[in-house]
Design a protein around this ligand. Structure first.
Ligand code: NDP
Length: 285
């Protein structure tokens, strides 16, 4: 980055932990001026202590319109030259059998991972336009393939993929690019939080739900715990986000991790019914 220009500014949502934190730190280390979206003041302070003075924590709950507006107003005051990047990363994972998923849980999932991403994007677009910035949306392998018992999460990420495609085509004439990142398993707190919530939801299942799905859910939870522990470090995703923000001609999508590549290739290539059999066998193991 040139010394004569102010550092390029970027907003990273959900920067308190995991991938968002790794992105904020990696971008800060490369000289960006990072606005780090956090929901808790303590998380912002902790992040600021480990970063340069350029990093500014910003209170941001993506599912709260007032919070989104206030955060973007704060950024506009601090960086009137505009945003060179927006990393829509904040996310949660709601799982469970769709037959018994409380609809409010589905709404909460979509509100954070889908509606919230667009809310932040809408509020940031004029600032992005000023700097001909780039939008990087953190999707998931779950945005390309929908495994059982993760339906709410997959719906949110399939939705994010669709929004990203439409948005990329809508914003193309204005020179604002939209890039999607599709990580496989990454070792972050999302797995532990998801595990806790999955246990709560499983315990709240009616007797019929436990009878129909109890065993499969326990097996799946065990698999998810093992997967989470074996995940790639979040810095691997941050390195790809950095590439997506800085490459002269970035790809529209980046898959991160061999597991994600294998899952997309396998389920994408196989006819759906054959894919169903592979997944059923995987869950029976
Ligand atoms: P973490 O749980 O570590 O991070 C999630 C971040 O999102 C936290 O900073 C959390 O803040 C924030 N967040 C949650 N709800 C809101 C909200 N309403 N408003 C603002 N921020 C919110 O998980 P990851 O780092 O793993 O997840 C980051 C993204 O990566 C997610 O979109 C996830 O779907 C995606 N992803 C993760 C994969 C993985 O294996 N870990 C794989 C593929 C994609 P707080 O601390 O306040 O809760």
């Amino acid at each position: 980055m040139s010394d004569s220009r102010p550092p390029a500014s970027v907003l990273v949502t959900g920067a308190s932990s995991g991938i968002g934190q790794a992105c904020a730190q990696a971008l800060d280390a490369r000289g960006w001026r990072v606005f780090a979206g956090v929901r808790r003041e303590g998380a912002g302070q902790a992040l600021a202590e480990r970063a340069s003075e350029r990093l500014t924590p910003v209170a941001l709950d993506v599912s709260d319109g007032g919070s989104v507006a206030a955060a973007l107003a704060q950024i506009e005051r601090a960086a009137p030259e505009g945003l060179a990047g927006l990393v829509n990363n904040a996310g949660i994972a709601v799982s469970g059998p769709l037959e018994f998923t409380p609809l409010d849980e589905l709404r909460r999932q979509l509100e954070v991972n889908l509606v919230g991403q667009l809310a932040v994007t809408q509020a940031a677009l004029e600032l992005l336009r000023h700097a001909r910035g780039r939008i990087v949306n953190i999707s998931s392998v779950g945005g390309r393939t929908a495994l059982p018992f993760i339906g709410p999460y997959a719906a949110s990420k399939f939705g994010l993929e669709a929004l990203s495609d439409s948005l990329r085509r809508e914003l193309r004439p204005g020179g604002i690019d939209v890039v999607v990142i599709e990580p496989g398993t990454i070792a972050t707190p999302i797995w532990e939080k998801g595990d806790r919530e999955a246990t709560e939801l499983r315990e709240r299942l009616p007797p019929r739900g436990r009878e129909l799905y109890g065993r499969a859910l326990e097996r799946l939870q065990k698999m998810a715990r093992e997967r989470g522990e074996r995940g790639l470090p979040p810095e691997r995703v941050a390195a790809v986000v950095l590439r997506a923000l800085t490459a002269r001609r970035p790809r529209a999508r980046y898959v991160v991790g061999a597991d994600a590549r294998a899952q997309i290739a396998l389920l994408g290539l196989l006819p759906d019914r054959l894919g169903d059999r592979v997944v059923a066998r995987m869950l029976d193991a």
